[in-house]
Design a protein around this ligand. Structure first.
Ligand code: ZN
Length: 418
């Protein structure tokens, strides 16, 4: 939701749109449409525009019991502060954090998101809901023994294409913004083509650009989630382009990958695997299913960890159970996470390239011995890092190329390119 798109809507629609941002729980009624979605790097501008315009709009659509405490996150909020305001003690907060170890959703709360607490008759936390947007909520609910279950609710909604084209007058940023792309979308286009084009130097007035976006809608309202499907920039007689293939990676028309391929493990040599990825691992004490969402490598404290692919650091933080950890987004489909570090060597927002040392392994958090816990997510879903199908080659095979050429042809038509 860019400011422009928001402002362009008639007032009633704008209200509904903002209302939908605030409505908690309605989406929960449709769990059968659930599917995990890619998550994107937060775009500050979007959040501010929501915050600015969102007065308290009452929602008549919430059908579940009214929460005992509800708050829209603002800058400066802390987790312990929020729990305190919700009337929930610190020990319970730790139990929620423990349940969150496999999802790490609490650490991704941002201004504009909503948090809700439901207490039982004894005044104990019964349920906690995190509302990130209409497409994604995370819900914690209390077990009888006082520990918590965590559940991610992701709504797929529908995706619509949006083609944007224009000419360069001034910077690419200004020209693209005029045509309706928001700051986050422009940044994605620029980062996609960064190896092919210097946006500050290489463009001239009159050069043409086309972008094909794919936007998510739930109940007719934009969620703010969007993908780039294709980009073309025509400079005089030459053209630079990138199209997303079904593997999530971007390639030029000839099938050459724009991003460098991934390496399988984020380490400079092989280490023993001390615990494998296991979606159905049983917790030895509680007997409940407690997935192991990553691969553990038996790395001595201080082992260098490298980025397995190009990306942008989206989080560097410290967690009671996960320890010091780093999250990297690789385009909008892949994400990697590194837990129990002794030291991070990167900061949030930093661009990293494949092979770059990003951290030193350690034994922070709740852990029995030093190791690296490494997670690989595809479209927001953790997969086995050792087995997942990830782009490890830089060119599409001739078989893949047949499918890709067909995709490119259709997208070009949608973008009005001959
Ligand atoms: Zn692990």
């Amino acid at each position: 939701m860019s400011r422009n798109r928001l402002a362009a809507l008639p007032p009633i629609h704008r209200k509904l749109l903002l209302g939908s941002v605030l409505v908690i729980g309605t989406a929960l009624l449709l769990p059968k449409h659930s599917e995990l979605l890619p998550q994107r790097i937060p775009v500050q501008l979007d959040i501010e525009s929501i915050l600015e315009k969102s007065a308290t709009i009452p929602s008549a659509e919430v059908l579940e019991p009214v929460a005992d405490f509800q708050k829209q996150i603002v800058k400066g909020d802390t987790l312990s502060g929020l729990f305190e305001q919700g009337g929930v003690d610190q020990q319970t907060m730790y139990r929620v954090l423990e349940a969150d170890l496999n999802v790490l959703a609490l650490d991704t709360l941002m201004p504009g998101n909503n948090i809700q607490f439901w207490l039982n008759d004894a005044g104990e936390l019964e349920k906690l809901s995190l509302y990130f947007n209409a497409a994604r909520q995370v819900i914690f609910s209390r077990f009888d023994d006082g520990s918590f279950n965590v559940e991610e609710v992701n709504i797929e909604g529908i995706w619509r294409d949006r083609a944007i084209s224009g000419q360069i007058h001034g910077s690419f940023y200004v020209s693209a913004q005029k045509m309706g792309l928001n700051a986050g979308e422009i940044q994605r286009v620029e980062s996609l083509l960064k190896e092919k084009l210097n946006f500050a130097r290489d463009l001239r007035a009159g050069d043409k650009f086309s972008v094909l976006m794919n936007d998510q809608f739930i109940d007719g309202e934009a969620t703010g989630n969007s993908h780039v499907l294709g980009v073309t920039i025509e400079r005089g007689s030459s053209s630079i382009n990138a199209y997303q293939h079904t593997d999530g990676n971007f390639y030029d028309e000839k099938g050459e990958s724009l991003a460098r391929a991934f390496q399988r493990i984020p380490l400079m040599k092989n280490y023993r695997i001390s615990s494998r990825f296991n979606r159905h691992r049983h917790h030895p004490v509680t007997g409940r299913t407690s997935p192991h969402n990553g691969t553990d490598f038996a790395t001595p404290i201080g082992t260098k960890i490298v980025a397995p692919g190009d990306g942008i650091v989206s989080l560097v933080t410290d967690h009671r159970y996960a320890g010091k950890y780093v999250v990297i987004e690789h385009g909008n489909k892949y994400r990697t996470r590194y837990l129990h570090l002794s030291k991070s060597l990167v900061h949030k927002g930093q661009r990293v390239s494949r092979g770059q040392v990003i951290a030193l392994s350690g034994n922070t958090g709740r852990i029995t011995g030093p190791h690296l816990h490494y997670e690989f997510h595809i479209n927001g879903r953790p997969v086995d890092p050792m087995k997942a199908k990830i782009p490890m080659a830089s060119k599409l095979s001739s078989k893949e190329m047949t499918e890709f050429s067909h995709i490119v042809k259709i997208r070009k038509m949608m973008m009005g390119i001959a």
